[in-house]
Design a protein around this ligand. Structure first.
Ligand SMILES: Nc1ncnc2c1ncn2[C@@H]1O[C@H](COP(=O)(O)OP(=O)(O)OP(=O)(O)O)[C@@H](O)[C@H]1O
Length: 282
């Protein structure tokens, strides 16, 4: 669905992206994860044709991005971080206007508004919407023409837990319909939950690319944390789960019946990101 070969790009004399290669399969939810300034939005802009002065090969939906025509935009939906809505038009008027730009048949506006709990606000001006309401409206704007590929920049950013859940469910719904979804996010738990594969991006380069499960299993070791009472004070220590049978201190505390609590924990994608890139996601 998406092929990127030997991609290089710079905003100035300094090469920001150098010789990048990756593929995204049809029907998968693919996440670009990285801290602020890593290059996630730059990549989305290259894949959606906003930036075209790159070198290398970029193919999206079998279209070489150097030769894309206007009909390319009939097949992709874009929801970038900042809503692009007409503030003086109502939600419904906005959706009607953007629908009119497509040649293809567009989706039912009321159904879309209902899917993000905005049907009762359909006739309110977008300018009077809260930030979260604008995000939801901008999201369904990207679905109007039922695109094959969706590009979403930070889709859950700034949403409360209920709306964030709804957004993730709608993204998973698109995947069920066979759509390909490319998301950028700082949010590792969202990425672990919805992405089939993720790429860790730092300083314009991919540092790792795999399923969240494989990244966690290959790179991280599950840990055991145990506590015991010593001289009336609670003490805590950890060891690797695989080594706990031969961990002398833990074994002797257990045989003496001194352990007061013990639990194991798997590393999170966030731990793996720090391990692989040496960076945090902020
Ligand atoms: N139009 C531009 N001109 C010059 N430099 C730019 C431009 N847009 C982005 N950059 C620089 O390119 C780098 C990558 O920016 P980009 O917006 O792709 O990062 P990001 O990973 O999407 O960050 P964030 O999570 O904060 O949105 C940053 O150092 C940024 O300052």
């Amino acid at each position: 669905m998406i092929q990127v070969k030997n991609l290089s790009f710079s905003y100035s004399d300094y090469k920001f992206i150098e010789d990048m290669n990756f593929e995204i399969k049809s029907g998968e939810i693919f996440g670009f994860l990285g801290p602020s300034g890593a290059g996630k939005s730059t990549l989305q802009k290259i894949l959606t044709g906003v930036i075209s002065d790159y070198s290398g090969i970029v193919k999206v939906n079998n279209t070489d991005m150097k030769n894309k025509k206007a009909d390319f935009y009939e097949k992709i939906g874009v929801d970038f971080e900042f809503p692009t809505l007409y503030e003086k038009l109502t939600a419904r008027e906005n959706l009607k206007f953007f629908s009119s730009l497509y040649k293809c048949r567009t989706r039912d506006i009321d159904e879309l508004l209902k899917s993000v709990n905005l049907l009762n606000d359909a006739d309110k001006k977008a300018g009077d919407f809260s930030k979260g309401m604008k995000s939801r409206l901008n999201f369904i704007k990207s679905l109007l023409h039922d695109p094959e590929i969706l590009f979403l920049d930070e889709p859950t950013s700034g949403l409360d837990p209920t709306n964030s859940r709804m957004m993730k469910d709608l993204i998973l719904e698109e995947k069920k319909k066979g759509k390909t979804v490319i998301v950028t996010t700082h949010n590792m738990s969202d990425a672990t939950e919805i992405c089939d594969r993720v790429a860790f991006i730092v300083d314009g380069a991919i540092k790792a690319l795999d399923t969240p499960h494989n990244l966690i299993m290959q790179k991280g070791a599950a840990k055991v944390t145990y506590t015991w009472i010593e001289n009336e004070h609670e003490k805590t220590d950890t060891c690797n789960l695989k080594e706990c049978g031969s961990h002398k201190k833990l074994m002797s505390l257990m045989s003496e019946g001194k352990i007061t609590s013990i639990h194991s924990s798997e590393p999170t994608l966030n731990d793996i990101f720090m391990d692989v890139t040496g960076r945090t996601l902020i």
